[in-house]
Design a protein around this ligand. Structure first.
Ligand code: KG4
Length: 342
């Protein structure tokens, strides 16, 4: 079969990525520019700086990705949501120009869905639908049922914070550096709390067995009170381990419940927090026990990149299922609404 070459463009937040991917599974090039140094001094992403930087870098990245292609691409895929509006518009307008120039389809991609497609670039196989998708990142903590490209239903979302956000906040309370997740993991690994009673509360203890929500604000507050009331009772490592245990417990409980209550036989976990070995090991154990296939993208494809956008776009391209109705927006819903007709 004739190979299909796709360009994937990512500019939703603080990474500019343009990739060339063959058949949705093979990365030919995946140049990326991270703006981390631009925003570090502000303690968060500054939207105006982000969009200006995308604008400055994207032409070079497009040039790099296209230099490995000796024909017209077959499609252009681009993140259209969720993200910073100004940043998304830079990627979108670049994609629009390329799709008009080459006269090939422009495929709108939902950024969160694309994170799952990073697995295809590792296994060399397209995703098997349906699957259970778990997203654990700085901005999201949610379980999804994914039946096909764009066919996603939310099984359980967070009521307040995302797990990564809570880990970063806990690390700051413990005077550990930002981003806190890896530092909490490292400290916790040396704590040895196995025979100790965890003083922190169980998250959503009374949640009914058919609900799969998350919540971390109460856990954060409990940590603050513990540190205020009993500052010397536990070491930093022990507190990090108690916090990590409680935070991931709800992921393990919800995953077990979904797998018990549904017929899903594949699970994909994605997002920056899946770098955590304690979380990975727990999910691996649960999926093995449930007889479910489990995948996590490799660490280098866990962060935002253009290749996962091209891979997600390929799934729509293959099915001929290219949404004609969409708009660029920061909303999180897995549907494309307003109209762009070619
Ligand atoms: O997906 P991601 O790169 O970006 C955003 O959603 O913005 O996730 C970033 C989050 C941060 O909160 C960071 O603390 C967390 O991932 N993280 C970790 C680990 N590595 C990164 N959390 C726990 N353990 C880790 N090893």
């Amino acid at each position: 079969m004739k190979p299909v070459y796709g360009i994937g463009i990512e500019s939703s937040c603080d990474e500019t990525g343009v990739a060339l991917v063959k058949d949705g599974i093979e990365i030919i090039s995946n140049p990326l520019f991270s703006q981390i140094n631009l925003h570090t001094g502000y303690g968060g992403v500054i939207p105006e700086l982000a969009s200006r930087s995308h604008l400055e870098k994207i032409p070079f990245l497009v040039g790099q990705a296209l230099s490995d292609l000796h024909q017209a691409p077959d499609y252009i895929a681009v993140t259209v949501k969720p993200g910073l509006a100004g940043s998304l518009l830079v990627g979108y307008n670049t994609a629009l120009a390329l799709s008009d120039f080459y006269q090939v389809p422009l495929i709108p991609v939902h950024h969160l869905e694309a994170h799952f497609h990073a697995v295809s670039l590792d296994t060399g196989q397209m995703l098997n639908y349906p699957f259970l998708g778990l997203l654990v990142s700085g901005g999201n903590s949610a379980l999804y049922r994914v039946d096909g490209p764009g066919q996603i239903s939310v099984l359980g979302d967070t009521r307040d914070d995302a797990a990564g956000e809570a880990l970063d906040k806990a690390a700051s309370l413990l005077s550990l550096p930002y981003p806190g997740g890896p530092h909490i993991e490292k400290a916790a690994a040396e704590a040895g709390i196995e025979n100790m009673k965890n003083p922190l509360p169980v998250v959503l203890r009374d949640q009914p067995a058919d609900r799969y929500e998350f919540s971390f604000s109460g856990l954060k507050t409990a940590l603050l009170y513990l540190l205020q009331k009993e500052p010397d009772q536990y070491s930093t490592a022990q507190i990090a381990a108690f916090f990590q245990e409680r935070l991931f417990e709800i992921f393990f409980r919800n995953t077990r419940r979904v797998l018990k209550n549904t017929d899903l036989k594949t699970m994909i976990a994605a997002g920056g927090v899946t770098a955590n070995r304690y979380l990975r090991a727990g999910l691996e154990k649960i999926t093995v026990e449930a007889g479910v296939e489990f995948h996590v993208p490799p660490l280098n494809l866990c962060t935002d990149n253009g290749a996962m956008i091209a891979a997600a776009g390929y799934a729509s391209y293959r099915q001929g299922n290219i949404p004609r109705q969409y708009h660029v927006s920061s909303d999180n819903r897995f549907s494309f609404t307003a109209l762009r007709e070619r």
